[in-house]
Design a protein around this ligand. Structure first.
Ligand SMILES: Cc1cc2nc3c(=O)[nH]c(=O)nc-3n(C[C@H](O)[C@H](O)[C@H](O)COP(=O)(O)O)c2cc1C
Length: 225
């Protein structure tokens, strides 16, 4: 298969996976994904990413601690996130995404408690056997390093797909940055941007059956000649 066709397929097969089989990925496959992600570009080649891969008993311990923090209302994000900051078309897309997901998993708009239960699946890594937690040092207003982290994250996600795995990037895990640092013994100077739960997708799950629409190129690109 020509390389461009392979790339075409990998990019289109990647999607957010929100239900996983319990079987762990072999260490060699995780290593191969990490080798790929390490090649991501970054400002001045600073490579600001520090990645914590959590599996097995530690994964269960971490999920328990995050759920307990959530129960206690202990929300400690390193970076702000507020859905109300989105406006116009961006706000609409966020709403459409939420509606499509909840419809796919059969949770009604007005079922507040069911929505909370569904949202808390984030905190058990959607059942994934592994989670990658993406930390970075603080530089200036952090925007440049955060961009680099996005480069790393997408390379990681595409490599997961190319290896038959799936993943879900999760800003929501960053709401428990302090708890995560405590459980994993991470230095407070390292700031958490987002996590990526990953493993083998449960292809029979309704959560993985839906695909969110993307805007056409014309909505995002302006050509100048
Ligand atoms: C940085 C980042 C953070 C995200 N955080 C969450 C999250 O906390 N929980 C969640 O369910 N989805 C999260 N998502 C997934 C998005 O909802 C998803 O990427 C978007 O709807 C597009 O769908 P797709 O990934 O299937 O193309 C996040 C995506 C990105 C890129």
């Amino acid at each position: 298969m020509p390389e461009s066709k392979l790339f075409h397929d990998v990019v289109r097969n990647r999607h957010s996976v929100r239900n996983f089989l319990p079987a762990p990925a072999p260490d060699a496959v995780i290593r191969a994904v990490l080798e790929d992600a390490q090649l991501a570009p970054s400002n001045c080649n600073t490579q600001p990413w520090q990645i914590h891969i959590v599996s097995g008993a530690k994964r269960d311990e971490l999920s328990k601690a995050i759920l307990a923090a959530d129960d206690a209302g202990r929300i400690t994000p390193d970076f702000s996130f507020d859905l109300r900051d989105f406006h116009g078309v961006y706000s609409q897309r966020a709403k459409d995404q939420g509606a499509a997901y909840y419809q796919a998993i059969g949770v009604a708009r007005e079922a507040t408690e069911d929505r909370r239960t569904a949202a808390r699946l984030n905190l058990d890594f959607f059942g994934a056997p592994h989670v990658a937690l993406l930390f970075m040092p603080a530089f200036g207003d952090n925007v440049r390093a955060a961009g680099d982290m996005g480069m790393y994250g997408q390379t990681f996600l595409l490599s997961l797909t190319a290896h038959g795995l799936g993943g879900i990037p999760q800003t929501m895990l960053g709401f428990y940055a302090e708890t995560i640092r405590e459980v994993l013994g991470i230095d407070p100077s390292m700031k958490m941007l987002f996590g990526i739960s990953f493993g083998y997708p449960d292809t029979a799950s309704a959560a993985n059956a839906y695909r969110i629409e993307k805007a056409p190129v014309e909505e995002s690109v302006i050509f100048h000649r």
